[in-house]
Design a protein around this ligand. Structure first.
Ligand code: COA
Length: 202
């Protein structure tokens, strides 16, 4: 029996569970530190985060906060838990794409040739990452966001819902790009950027 343990019984967890189910996992269980949560969708919460290490299952981190996601994924790797890459069957992923461990590609997302996606990334529903982009570890490209060709996105950066990143740009690590922002210049300083064109939020 192919079992997946998912850390994080949240809305994102529900999406990850659906993708896992469609990817051949027969049983899905959740682990969450909130004692008030018993279920995530139709799947049971069977323990707190640390219990996943006693479970004979594959493991996945479905937590939006990139710092928490990286800490937990690295712990899973240290403890040699098997962590899959999950790709929704409706995502369009070019043949030569590299996807790091613990990355999820959601329904309707498109990743074009030559792109490299690091580990623990979320390429969310109906987003796109175009040709030759380098998306470093723990980046989240939110629902409906679009990243044009040959863009580099630094680790732990979060591209908000519906944001657009123009081609040939670099966005440094640990940034938040607000929902709907349009990035048309390199971003070299960590921070939150909003608006059209995207400017640092004060
Ligand atoms: C940019 C963001 C991080 C700012 O969050 P915050 O620091 O809590 O900001 P606040 O909500 O307090 O808003 C502060 C001001 O910025 C404005 N603002 C917030 N987000 C904005 C955005 N994306 N674009 C333009 N203006 C924005 C607010 O309207 C508010 O303006 P006001 O002071 O005139 O009322 C957040 O609004 C955002 O866009 N998050 C992305 C969420 C997302 O994409 N989720 C996807 C899940 S898949």
């Amino acid at each position: 029996m192919k079992v997946l343990g998912i850390i994080g019984a949240s809305g994102h967890g529900k999406v990850v569970a659906d993708i896992a189910k469609k990817s051949g996992y027969e049983e899905i269980v959740f682990f969450d530190d909130n004692p008030e949560v018993d279920y995530c969708g139709t799947y049971p919460v069977v323990g707190v985060t640390q219990n996943i290490f006693e479970c004979n299952c594959h493991a996945f981190v479905a937590i939006g906060n990139p710092m928490v996601r990286s800490r937990l994924l690295e712990q899973l790797e240290r403890e040699e838990k098997y962590v899959p890459v999950l790709v929704h069957p409706s995502a369009v992923v070019a043949e030569d794409i590299q996807l790091g461990t613990g990355t999820v590609v959601a329904a309707g997302a498109v990743i074009n040739p030559g792109a490299r996606i690091g580990k623990g990334c979320i390429i969310n529903t109906c987003s796109s990452v175009d040709h030759d982009c380098i998306v470093e570890d723990y980046v989240h490209v939110s629902v409906g966001a679009h990243v044009a060709g040959t863009v580099q996105i630094g680790h732990h950066t979060w591209i908000g819902a519906g944001a657009t990143v123009s081609n040939n740009l670099n966005i440094c690590a640990n940034c938040m790009i607000g929902a709907g922002a349009v990035v048309c210049k390199d971003i070299v300083e960590q921070g939150t950027y909003i608006g059209v064109p995207a400017r640092k939020k004060v």
